[in-house]
Ligand binder design. Sequence first.
Ligand code: COA
Length: 185
Amino acid sequence: MLPREFDGGRLRRLRPADLLAFQAYRALPECGRYQGWVPMPESEALAFLREMEAAPLFTPGQWVQLGIAESLSDRLIGDIGLHLAGDGASGEVGFTLAPSAQGRGIAGRAVREAVDVLFALTRATHVDGVADARNLPSLRLLVRLGFLLVETRPALFRGEACVEEVYRLQRDARPWGRGEPTSPR
Ligand SMILES: CC(C)(COP(=O)(O)OP(=O)(O)OC[C@H]1O[C@@H](n2cnc3c(N)ncnc32)[C@H](O)[C@@H]1OP(=O)(O)O)[C@@H](O)C(=O)NCCC(=O)NCCS
């Protein structure tokens, strides 16, 4: 199922050798502003990368984080979190791309691959993307992939009142087709 190649990048497992790149973009305020995570100390980040290198796809009630890498260099440029609900019936996706790689459609194509992996390995009927209403690049990404707005709700994020938008993509409504791999690499 992994890695999965796409135009301009690769969705693959995170690994300890990604540490420097992972820490570099996760330390940027613009990458973490609307995220559930905060930058980790190096030892914690290394343990996280080790854990994610081998984490099962998928455990109900758990997040798993995958890496986005440049095609040629295999350098880590972002990551995607996938969550399977406790009852296994739905998923959620979250995403981060280093600013230097943004604006080329790489994040969108990586999210598309990640969604295909989730649907291929689970019985989830839909996957949600939840973003702060001010996070326009994220909302544009979700809309571009065919996610539809299903809920707008007030939320408290890091002590600040905000509005969250929930976008949803049904398993059978993927605009790019079902996407099950023909030849896993
Ligand atoms: C959300 C985030 C990943 C979006 O990155 P991105 O590069 O803008 O996303 P995409 O891969 O969808 O690329 C779309 C952009 O590339 C441009 N583009 C260029 N070539 C393209 C192509 N072939 N296909 C698609 N888009 C293309 C689009 O026009 C668009 O730019 P625009 O938004 O200025 O119109 C990025 O802003 C980010 O990491 N933000 C911080 C983390 C975060 O807040 N995550 C959300 C929490 S869930």
